[in-house]
Design a protein around this ligand. Structure first.
Ligand SMILES: [Zn+2]
Length: 127
C-alpha cells in the first residue's frame, strides 16, 4: 500500500527547496511507514525559541533557508516517536533522493545529537 501527504503536510512544505519537496513527495509513495511533515521553513524567531527551549543548538539551522524538513512517523494515523520507525522512513527518503540525484543528509546518521525526524540538503551541493 502506498501513503499520501496530508494537506497539512503539503502546507508545511511551502517555502522548502523544490529538490527537497520532490524527494519527500516521491518517498511518501514508497515508504513502508507513513509519515507527516511537521516543519519545513522556520522563522528566526521560532529558531531562537527552539534554541532557548533546548530543542536545537544552532541559530544557523537549515530550516531557516528552506533546506530542511522534519517528519514524524504515523502508525494508523497517530504520531509515533519509536526510533525503529525512523530508519525505515529514512531508507525510503534516501532512495528517493538518490534516484533524483539529490544530495541529502539524514539527522539520524549524525554521530552526535542524532536527529531521526530531520532531513536536509547537503550544504556542499546546496549552500
Ligand atoms: Zn529539523
Amino acid at each position: 500500500m502506498s501513503f499520501r501527504l496530508s494537506t497539512r503536510s503539503r502546507a508545511r512544505l511551502q517555502g522548502v527547496h523544490p529538490a527537497l519537496v520532490g524527494v519527500i513527495e516521491a518517498a511518501i509513495l514508497t515508504t513502508p511507514v507513513d509519515f507527516m511533515v511537521t516543519e519545513g521553513l522556520r522563522t528566526p524567531q521560532r529558531q531562537a525559541s527552539l534554541v532557548r527551549a533546548g530543542a536545537s543548538r544552532t541559530l544557523n539551522s537549515r530550516h531557516l533557508t528552506g533546506h530542511a524538513v522534519d517528519i514524524a512517523a504515523l502508525v494508523d494515523g497517530a504520531i509515533r516517536w519509536d526510533w525503529p520507525l525512523y530508519p525505515r522512513i529514512a531508507e525510503a527518503i534516501k532512495a528517493a533522493a538518490k534516484a533524483r540525484g539529490v544530495a541529502l543528509i539524514w539527522g539520524g546518521d549524525w554521530p552526535r545529537l542524532r536527529d531521526g525526524p530531520h532531513f536536509e540538503l547537503d550544504r556542499k551541493v546546496y549552500p
